[in-house]
Design a protein around this ligand. Sequence first.
Ligand SMILES: NC(=O)C1=CN([C@@H]2O[C@H](COP(=O)(O)OP(=O)(O)OC[C@H]3O[C@@H](n4cnc5c(N)ncnc54)[C@H](OP(=O)(O)O)[C@@H]3O)[C@@H](O)[C@H]2O)C=CC1
Ligand SMILES: CC(=O)N[C@@H](CCC(=O)OP(=O)(O)O)C(=O)O
Length: 310
Amino acid sequence: MKPKIFIDGEHGTTGLQIRTRLAGRDDINVISIPEAERRNDAMREDRLNEADIAILCLPDGASRQAVGMLGGSNSTRVIDTSTAFRTDAGWAYGFAEMERAQAERIASARFVANPGCYPTGAIALVRPLRMENILPSDYPVTVNAVSGYTGGGKQLIARMEDDTNPDHIGAPHFAYALTLRHKHLPEMQEHGLLDRLPLFTPSVGRFPQGMIVQVPLFLDLLNGEMDIAKIHAALEAHYAGQPFVDVASLEESASTERINAEELAGTDGMKLFVCGSPDGAHVNLIALLDNLGKGASGAAVQNMNLMLAS
Ligand SMILES: NC(=O)C1=CN([C@@H]2O[C@H](COP(=O)(O)OP(=O)(O)OC[C@H]3O[C@@H](n4cnc5c(N)ncnc54)[C@H](OP(=O)(O)O)[C@@H]3O)[C@@H](O)[C@H]2O)C=CC1
Ligand SMILES: CC(=O)N[C@@H](CCC(=O)OP(=O)(O)O)C(=O)O
């Protein structure tokens, strides 16, 4: 029998993208709810309990509710794309390349928390340097980012695209989370292995999909005699052989004048750059991804595939 997959929230931004990625697959059976019934709790509960894997593409509260709908003895496995369980010890964090053992943890887990889009970039840059003790655990990390507006789901998409919307946003680019307490900080800190809460300054641009996450570093505040080549080598070794994460060569990074936030839109991969000042004093670590690809739906399908293979 083919494994049954249910996407709760399949008519939302992340859910639709997962559905598209699963269309045409004949190794799984996608079970569904008509759009008009998407908030019909009895139907949702029925599908959630029938599924082998449920992928939750819902706001945090509805995700918690969905998990509560699974009876105690039920064996439905869950991938949750919300923020609700990303630092919960009972859930495997769904960033498969975070360390070598993580893919196996995801493959054998019942509950998998898909990472946030921004944390995917930030953790990808920071964690290998923490694991190699290049970056001190109390380093004052700053994370600066821009996202495509689909990152805000149906509501932000409507506000950006529909100029008759009473809450229309006309800005080409805006900064937000100005009080420095964005909901992604706990997972960035925990899975980035950081003692100190990072300073995170996100923004949104007038393009639907794409993301740049930047973590600039002072080399003299790192452990040991550090230079850009050693930092690049640590990232390259960490991601060697990983099909979804590419580390640009130092030559490519050095010769890159601009990075286009939309460059990886529509893909499930992430590319990392290590740039630096000519005097060797500063490096800038940069992650380029699609907020809906490796940042959400692509990662969810990657995790589903790992779970199905176990
Ligand atoms: N967009 C992105 O780039 C990313 C999103 N995520 C996370 O994925 C999750 C989904 O986000 P996104 O797809 O952007 O959001 P959307 O608002 O686009 O979609 C959410 C979907 O869930 C439905 N829904 C809301 N509440 C309930 C409920 N109580 N019961 C049943 N269905 C409900 C909505 O229906 P309705 O239309 O009726 O409101 C909608 O179809 C969120 O937790 C988000 O934080 C994670 C990473 C990146
Ligand atoms: C542009 C934008 O608004 N982005 C969203 C995060 C998108 C994401 O990763 O969502 P979850 O962590 O909720 O899963 C935000 O900042 O709230």
